[in-house]
Design a protein around this ligand. Sequence first.
Ligand SMILES: NC(=O)c1ccc[n+]([C@@H]2O[C@H](COP(=O)([O-])OP(=O)(O)OC[C@H]3O[C@@H](n4cnc5c(N)ncnc54)[C@H](O)[C@@H]3O)[C@@H](O)[C@H]2O)c1
Length: 356
Amino acid sequence: MAYTKNILITGGAGFIGSHLVRLMLNKYPDYRIINLDKLTYAGNLKNLTDVESAPNYAFVKADICDRNAINDVFEKYEITDVIHLAAESHVDRSIEGPMEFVMTNVVGTVNLLQAAKDFWKLNIVSSGGNVFHHVSTDEVYGSLGAEGLFEEVTPYDPRSPYSSSKASSDHFVRAFHHTYGLPIKISNCSNNYGSHQFPEKLIPLMINNIVHKKPLPIYGKGDNIRDWLWVVDHASAIDRIFHDGRLGEAYNVGGLNEWTNIDLVKYLCKIMDQKLGRAEGESAELITYVTDRAGHDMRYAIDATKLETELNWRPSLQFEEGLDKTVDWYLENAEWIDEVTSGAYRDYYENMYQDR
Ligand SMILES: NC(=O)c1ccc[n+]([C@@H]2O[C@H](COP(=O)([O-])OP(=O)(O)OC[C@H]3O[C@@H](n4cnc5c(N)ncnc54)[C@H](O)[C@@H]3O)[C@@H](O)[C@H]2O)c1
């Protein structure tokens, strides 16, 4: 079958990538989806078992830093578009070891940009109908005080090695647009939650620890604020921006849903006490305050007006409903957690705390 697009999705075995691959395969049978992933600790093909036999799906195990492998994929699958998610994504790991973040998030991204530029044979006047969509984070904007929201025009001010590497990759994506005419789009999203998230991140870590009656580590006083968005809604926003967003533009994606970490964890404790048949307040007793993360950003909050007004996108779920679904998924998929956290990862992730 001749496909109308051959879309390379990088990082498709990870948390957000797997939701995006699923959405694209189900919604666009006339697109071929090529999922390229190195399968680091954060990537797991089990995230895609429900769609892996789709006729329009292909998986390639490769590192985005490997230029030859990337060239081969562009040629073999005649890649028309890229949606780039592959990244090292864990802030605490970036504090322990920034170089891996530079390699994958910066060097790997430039590698992909070069491959797309060369393969699409672009010039400054013609985009050729191709799109290179970079999936990025609101953390590139730095940290907010009590007031205000991140807008697309907010100056970049990254604070952690992770956000610095993502800011750098955003700059390279823009530079390839301005210098070579590469048809790019960027989306900068707030914190995602949902099924299939590696349990080093705040929500699945807390759910898992509540189930096993382990301490619930809270950085500092727990008053850091994050804006939470259901991962399926992020995937739908990427779909909308990829198809209808303007070339060369960035779009903020967020849920207008701010929570302090401590309120969020207390709320999780409350609903899980009910679901697990525990006495009210039992799980909250597990809350343990720990030394704050170095350079911990205080508040992230997104102004998504551009995406709402230009592309008519809104989140589909209220947070309480999304969290309820999410908790149920982790309770029903205990073996998934055991599997992804087995072996070498277990010791590491059990000592890590994270609010992204
Ligand atoms: N999780 C969030 O809340 C959030 C919010 C905004 C933006 N983002 C961005 O969205 C993207 C996906 O985030 P996520 O939370 O799904 O991350 P994740 O850590 O769950 O998944 C990352 C995926 O990338 C793959 N990968 C890592 N290095 C690779 C390499 N060198 N070559 C090929 N594949 C590689 C991993 O195997 C994994 O499947 C990232 O770019 C992240 O910066 C995440």
